[in-house]
Design a protein around this ligand. Structure first.
Ligand code: SF4
Length: 74
């Protein structure tokens, strides 16, 4: 079974270019202020979420193992 992730976006860093939505469209959604929100951490496979995090130009996405707290990105 896939491990559960905790996914957060640092809104002090996010510039709203929607790259994360492109990689993991079921996890990330831009709000009305063009800030990305992790609306459903289980919406896409872990690989896609990590790809989104790696491709965020601001490194604004933080991904952790929800159970162990291990930081997976950055
Ligand atoms: S890719 Fe990064 S900067 Fe762009 S919207 Fe997503 S979190 Fe924000």
């Amino acid at each position: 079974m896939a491990r559960k992730l905790r996914v957060r976006v640092d809104h002090l860093l996010c510039v709203g270019n929607a790259m994360c939505e492109t990689f993991a469209p079921n996890v990330f959604r831009l709000n009305d202020d063009r800030q990305s929100e992790a609306v459903n951490p289980e919406g896409d496979p872990e690989a896609q979420i990590l790809e989104a995090a790696e491709n965020c130009p601001m490194s604004a996405i933080i991904v952790e193992d929800a159970e162990t707290g291990e930081q997976l990105f950055p």
